[in-house]
Design a protein around this ligand. Structure first.
Ligand code: GLV
Ligand code: MN
Length: 225
């Protein structure tokens, strides 16, 4: 790195370094970091908090740690949205700890919706197993992309973008989704805004949505808020 003297005699090394960093940025990660060992079965009960979970001692690891039965059962779709997301993330399946992957099973009643949401830590892909599913996503530039899928067809949702799926068929629908994070997180937009604890102030919501308080109260009441 060159050290340059300016006219007043002060060094401008800092400026040169800054320009260097702007022109040649350090590599950045777009998904979970790579593991540093074969496996690290998460000790989800540990009182230590790290970026992930500490590893269960290798001597205590058994075959069961690498298998998970949690996605084999149909989820209960008798709810407001007519859908159910069963998560196989590191919390449910500690064998995923540090591996940068996870899955969900999403069941839909006819007409059911997995409401608009985003995953702050992962890109999502999915394959439709049964039914007829409208899958949509909205970009940061407010462009809406969507398609109606048949069984065997796939979709991808770029990291962090708001998306939804809606069963537009006469029968139940089922999809399995996968993520490049062991804990993708989900911001479910209607719950996030209208059922947070404590609540977002009404004045914020009325102004943001350009409606009066009655509308906000009605929406909040649907979510028991
Ligand atoms: C579907 O969008 C899912 O998050 O599983
Ligand atoms: Mn999703």
């Amino acid at each position: 790195m060159a050290i340059v003297k300016n006219q007043s005699g002060s060094y401008v090394q800092f400026t040169v370094i800054l320009i260097g960093l702007l022109l040649f940025p350090l590599p950045s990660r777009s998904s979970d970091p790579d593991p540093l060992q074969d496996f690290c079965i998460g000790d989800t009960k540990s009182e230590f908090s790290v970026n992930g979970f500490p590893c269960k001692p290798a001597t205590k690891v058994t075959s069961d740690d690498f298998f998970f039965d949690g996605l084999s059962q149909e989820g209960n779709t008798s709810n407001l949205f007519g859908s159910n997301v069963t998560q196989a993330n590191v919390v449910a399946f500690p064998g995923l700890n540090t591996l940068g992957i996870s899955m969900n099973r999403v069941d839909f009643a006819p007409g059911g919706i997995n409401p608009p949401h985003s995953h702050p830590r992962a890109t999502e892909t999915g394959v439709l197993i049964n039914g007829k599913l409208l899958v949509g996503l909205i970009t940061t530039g407010n462009v809406f992309y969507s398609k109606i899928l048949s069984p065997g067809q796939m979709f991808v949702i770029p990291k962090g973008l708001v998306h939804f799926q809606m069963n537009v068929g006469e029968e139940k629908a089922l999809t399995f989704t996968a993520f490049n994070s062991h804990l993708p997180g989900a911001v479910v937009v209607p719950r996030n805004l209208f059922a947070s604890k404590p609540s977002v102030p009404d004045g914020v919501l009325t102004k943001a949505f350009q409606v009066d308080k009655r509308v906000i109260d009605e929406i909040k009441s649907k979510f028991g808020a």
